[in-house]
Design a protein around this ligand. Sequence first.
Ligand SMILES: C[S@@+](CC[C@H](N)C(=O)[O-])C[C@H]1O[C@@H](n2cnc3c(N)ncnc32)[C@H](O)[C@@H]1O
Length: 235
Amino acid sequence: MAWTDAELRTYEEGLAGYYRLRAVHYDAQFQIGAHPIRESWAELAAAMREALAGRAVMELACGTGHFTGFAAEAAAHVTATDLADEMLQVARGKIFPRGNVAFRTADAFVLEALPGSFDAALAVQWFSHLPRARYAAFLGGLNRRLGTGARVFLADGGHDAARTPADSPGRAPYLKPGCEDVYTLRTVPGAARPFEIIKNHFRTEEELRAVFAPYGRDLEARIGRHFWHVSYLTV
Ligand SMILES: C[S@@+](CC[C@H](N)C(=O)[O-])C[C@H]1O[C@@H](n2cnc3c(N)ncnc32)[C@H](O)[C@@H]1O
């Protein structure tokens, strides 16, 4: 489907609006007891730490900072950004023992407005929300903002069925005629109506490579049980 600029703006405002309303409840998904997803978080954290060690990291769509904490364990510094101040407010209440995290409001599509110099970028559970029609704008913008030779680490979820129980009710994915994106309807307590959110997934490493290879060299692409991740150096 060819999106008009107005349709993209409406979708992206709706996405941020949905997360603004969810901010106070968002961290519940991370507060589960014994669950296999904990192993996946640990695997993801290890890959993230290796990729970002010693780097000045720009994190996009950081949400409440759950994954910021893993990155900050190894990075020199993390500037963690999100468009929703409601999310950042929760993140700012957390303790990052190395004191190397700063939070800023920023739109992941308007990175030229973000001050600072970075040699790495991180985004977790963000890419799946992008319409396929926006991949080039986002990934190209990231490369332009970082310059050549910077590390990019992107990770996102797999099948909804594999997500945590706290984060999965009523989320059957569906397609729309003529559209290449996968949608889910998400409800938030107090919201007048459900939000229609894109949640695209990658099923194979070949699919990951097809999307990310044009933007990076030394591309590592992995599909794990709950998450996929890619790590590459910008070209
Ligand atoms: C699924 S959450 C991911 C949060 C965090 N990275 C995590 O994995 O827990 C998606 C995040 O994208 C943020 N977001 C939505 N639109 C955005 C935009 N245009 N620019 C930056 N962040 C945005 C939301 O506020 C939300 O925090």
